[in-house]
Design a protein around this ligand. Structure first.
Ligand SMILES: C[S@@+](CC[C@H](N)C(=O)[O-])C[C@H]1O[C@@H](n2cnc3c(N)ncnc32)[C@H](O)[C@@H]1O
Length: 304
């Protein structure tokens, strides 16, 4: 039997776009197209706008649009998230990787490639707070030969990480404070996108994040820098002298987050770096030689 055919795709998309715009979704048209591509198993760019949908498809599509109207993240609905060259499995219980983290992941990849070129056969990297394993997997897949470990406290997130990482990354479920103590002094690159939003900023956080991302992924106590302080301590223990730490922070922490590293006494060069939109986004710092750090009693300087 030929399935019933509804109004043309262009009209269905126009209605969905209007609904999403009214719900405050900034990328309404894009999301409407992605959801339609998902329902029809078609690339959204090649959807024929003149054709109609099967009646079952239209009902399924409207249901997904309703979920998006409630500001459920698009990636939770489709179960997939893009990150650099990767397509990752995501869903409730794991943080959706964000475009603003891609530049930091690229800088970590560049450092591993530099080490490989210099003859380090298997540079060692640790991704703290790995979530879906997005950054860890970018490092392992773009700098082959690297040995990458991801650390994640949440059991649900760790199971997504294991699924995404397959055999490319070792995933350890545990607290970053001690889960990789056995690697102390052996690591060349430490990356981290820890929770860094203070509870006082709740109102400023997008409904998709505060309503759906796991709480453990977003919030950090006090001024929002507590988890970053732990990252600085742990990375200083893990890294070889001269090793690189990269740590994401909120755009409003462009001075305070580098300040955490500069004050720790473990770091030779502390820099802040922008994301793709030019906003302050991640700190990089080099492990100071051990005989110089702490014993000198001086805090690191922040490079311009
Ligand atoms: C902002 S998300 C980042 C996830 C991933 N790295 C990314 O960029 O998409 C922070 C992650 O840190 C995890 N996390 C929070 N506190 C942790 C801790 N003490 N030890 C290990 N993981 C932790 C959260 O469960 C969450 O998955």
């Amino acid at each position: 039997m030929t399935p019933a055919v509804t109004e043309p795709v262009w009209a269905v998309l126009a209605e969905a776009t209007r609904r999403l715009e009214a719900a405050g979704v900034l990328s309404a048209r894009h999301d409407a197209e992605v959801l339609l591509g998902f329902v029809t198993h078609t690339d959204r760019k090649t959807l024929d706008r003149q054709l109609g949908l099967a009646a079952g498809e239209l009902a399924a599509y409207r249901e997904l649009v309703s979920r998006r109207e409630l500001r459920e993240p698009l990636q939770y609905i489709t179960g997939r998230a893009a990150f650099r060259y990767l397509e990752l499995d995501v869903g409730p219980g794991v943080f959706v990787p964000r475009p603003e983290t891609e530049v930091m992941a690229g800088a970590a990849v560049d450092e591993l490639k530099r080490l490989l070129t210099e003859g380090v056969r298997h540079p060692v990297a640790v991704d703290l707070c790995t979530g879906s394993a997005a950054v860890a997997l970018a490092m392992a897949s773009e700098a082959p030969g690297s040995r990458v470990t991801g650390v994640e406290l949440s059991a649900e997130a760790a199971s997504y990480a294991r699924r995404n990482a397959a055999d490319l990354v070792e995933i350890r479920q545990g607290d970053i404070a001690d889960a990789v103590d056995d690697l102390a002094g052996q690591v060349h690159v430490v990356s981290a996108n820890p929770p860094y939003i203070p509870f006082t900023a709740w109102e400023t956080v997008a409904p998709e994040a505060r309503g759906y991302d796991p709480e453990l992924a977003l919030w950090s106590d006090g001024d929002g820098l507590d988890a970053i302080r732990v990252v600085s301590d742990v990375a200083a223990r893990l890294l070889v002298d001269g090793g690189l730490v990269l740590c994401e922070h909120a755009d409003v922490q462009g001075e305070s987050a580098p300040g955490v590293f500069a004050a720790a006494g473990d770091w030779a060069t502390v820099r802040d770096n922008p994301d793709l939109a030019g906003r302050p986004r991640f700190v990089t710092a080099r492990r100071a030689p051990r005989e110089l750090s702490h014993s000198s009693g001086t805090a690191g300087t922040i490079a311009p």
